[in-house]
Structures are given as C-alpha cells and as structure tokens.
Design a protein around this ligand. Structure first.
Ligand SMILES: C[S@@+](CC[C@H](N)C(=O)[O-])C[C@H]1O[C@@H](n2cnc3c(N)ncnc32)[C@H](O)[C@@H]1O
Length: 354
C-alpha cells in the first residue's frame, strides 16, 4: 500500500463498502448497553483514515443520542509502516476531507500501529471493532506463486497453502478480538471475499483485474523485461474467503473462537459496482476511464510489484519497468474500456462477544 495520504482519492469503491457497512454499525450500537465510563471504537486497517470518517461520525452520533457526554475513544489502527502523519492530518481535519472531530465533544482519537494479528487493546476494553477491506490480508506469505500474481486465481498446492494460512489467520485475529471485546461488544467487518458464484474483487464481469495484471507480467517475462524469479515474488499476500470459510470457526463449538465466546450474528456477501465503470457508462470517454482507472490499480499494486523486482537492478530501471507495466494496463483499458471494472465483493459480518 502506498503511503502519504494518497489512499483516499483512489478509494471511492472502498467508501461505498464502508457506506454499506454503516447501518450494521449503527444497529450494533443500538443493540448494546452503553458503558458508564467510556466507549471504545477501533477501526482496524484504517490506512489514512479518510474512508471511515463518515462511518465514525455516524457511530458517534448514535452514541450521543443516548449518552450525550460519554467519553468516546476512537482508536485508528493499521500496520507499523502505515503513514500515521497522514492519518492524524485526516482525523484532525488538516486534509481535504471533513473530519468528525469538530462536531462532538468528549472525543479522544488515538492511533495504534499494532497489527490486527496481535491484541491491539487491553482485555475487555473494546465496545465496537470495525474493519473494512483489510482482513483478507495474511500475516505471512505461505509460498511464492509460480503461475499467478494472486492466490484467488492460483491452483493446486500453492492455493491450498494460502487457504490454510487464511484459516489460521482468521482464527488468530478473532481470538485477539475476543480478548479485547467487553461482553456484549461487537465487531462489524467488511473484508474482501469470494461469493457463491466465485466472484471476487475485479472479477465479476468483463476481464478480471488480476488476469490482466498476470497477463501483462507474463508477457514481460516472455520478452525478458523481468525474470521468472521476480514474477514469482509478485504475490498478493491475501486470501478471499468464501462464506463457508468465514463461518467455519463459529460453526465449530470446539474452535478457539467459539470457546473464546464469539458468535456470528449475521453474514452476507455483496457485490458493489465499480464507481469508475459506472462513470464511464455515462461519459463514454476511454481516455478518461484509463486516466482514472490505472492510478487506482497502481496505488494498491505498486509496492507489491516494485518490491518484487530485483534490488540488483538500478532504481531507475525498476521505475521504468513499473511505468511500462502501467502503460500496458492503460493501453488495454483504452482499447476495450467496457471490459474493465473493479467491482467490490465483500463479506459483511456482525460478530458478538457473549
Ligand atoms: C485496502 S486498505 C483499506 C483501508 C480502509 N479500511 C478502507 O476500507 O478504505 C487495507 C489496509 O489494511 C491494512 N492492513 C493490512 N494488513 C494489516 C494488519 N495485519 N494489521 C493492520 N492493518 C493491516 C493495510 O496497511 C491498509 O492500510
């Protein structure tokens, strides 16, 4: 993920996902007995914080209706290398987007750089945990992928290694949340997912985003622009779980998750249309679509592909390879604009601590 506050502009689709999850947040707050001392809400995998500002504002509004002066801690958390300066600029209203902060009193925004694969908050202190478009990331790379950049399209033992890592990671991160949550506390999660028809992010209609990416990189291997080893390192360390996989630890009464007292209240997988493809169907300008679309692909992929190129190549050469890759992608979008769409496929889960 690139840093520096660039996330927001490229993340209109993610904002739609958070918009779709917001009613679940509000319903969860309504269903809770509010604490007397303080309410803690944690956004896990918040990036630069911009996409969740409205959801957090709505959540605080809901709390305020019943508890006008209850202190509310908002913990914005991500990985250690996230851009926390950009995050704090966003939260404190110093960026282009409007923050929830000036609208309410008794708010305490905090930041944590602890990964969600560890416990972020003290035991029994979290009332509402939220996470969007983040918990499909794995804690570790199980193996290189020899034939694809994304495990969702990989096959055989390599795909199985990602599946098994995802199974373990899901349990690990839930057990940590179970320790943090107060009894009656809830999680509202909207991670990337695979639906019952095998659809996932960018693979719902037209050409698949990851097939396009893979195709271009393989042509670069074929013409000698990158090596086979570099291509094999270009992995998205992620896994799009199916409903069955999200549900599995809750369905097993002996799992560590069930024993820790978490239960799944609701789960549904939804497809939300790509805002850029929707805009294209109105403006019909392939140049404009390509100009909007490729930076969006670039922001979530550049660090992965750039990091896979050999450090023995001069920095200028690596930059040129990446520029060539995104030029090739742009050409494909220009040539067949109606084929390109990054629809979001996310699971929406509501989980309660008993
Ligand atoms: C696609 S962005 C989503 C940002 C925001 N939640 C949204 O929906 O717009 C994914 C974020 O998850 C974060 N992330 C990935 N793995 C993580 C981990 N193990 N712990 C915390 N954050 C993580 C990334 O650093 C990145 O900021």
């Amino acid at each position: 993920m690139r840093v520096g506050g660039v996330y927001f502009d490229a993340a209109r689709g993610a904002m739609d996902v958070i918009g779709a999850a917001t009613p679940l947040v509000l319903e969860s707050i309504r269903a809770m007995t509010l604490p007397r001392e303080r309410f803690t809400l944690c956004d896990m995998g918040c990036a630069d914080g911009a996409t969740s500002l409205s959801m957090i504002g709505a959540a605080i509004g809901e709390i305020r209706r019943r508890a006008p002066t209850l202190p509310v801690c908002i913990v914005h958390s991500d990985q250690p290398l996230n851009d926390y300066n950009a995050l704090m600029r966003t939260v404190h209203g110093l960026s282009a987007v409007e923050s929830f902060l000036p609208a309410f009193d008794h708010l305490y925004p905090l930041a944590s750089a602890t990964t969600f694969f560890h416990q972020i908050l003290p035991p029994r202190s979290l009332h509402l945990g939220f996470s969007a478009c983040a918990m499909h990331w794995l804690s570790t790379r199980p193996c290189d992928l020899s034939d694809h950049v994304h495990p969702a399209a990989a096959e055989g033992p390599e795909r199985e290694a990602y599946r098994e890592q995802a199974r373990r990671d899901w349990e690990t991160l839930l057990v940590h949340r179970a320790a943090e949550l107060v009894p009656g506390g809830r999680l509202v999660l909207a991670p990337f997912a695979r639906d019952g028809e095998g659809r996932y992010f960018g693979r719902t209609r037209g050409v698949s985003v990851f097939e396009t990416v893979n195709d271009i990189w393989r042509s670069f291997v074929d013409d000698g622009s990158v090596t086979r080893e570099e291509y094999a390192r270009m992995n998205h360390v992620q896994y799009y779980r199916s409903e069955e996989e999200w549900r599995a630890p809750f369905d097993d009464p002996a799992s560590a998750v069930s024993r820790a007292g978490l239960r799944l209240l609701s789960l549904e997988t939804r497809v939300l249309p790509c805002p850029l493809a929707t805009a294209f169907s109105a403006h019909r300008d392939p140049e404009r679509l390509a100009a909007d679309y490729v930076p969006s692909v670039r922001y979530w992929s550049e660090s992965i592909y750039g990091g896979a190129l050999s450090p023995e190549r001069p920095a200028e050469e690596r930059r040129e390879i990446l520029e060539g890759f995104y030029r090739a992608y742009r050409d494909r979008v220009r040539a067949r604009p109606s084929d390109h769409a990054m629809d979001h496929v996310n699971a929406y889960l509501v989980i309660e601590k008993e």
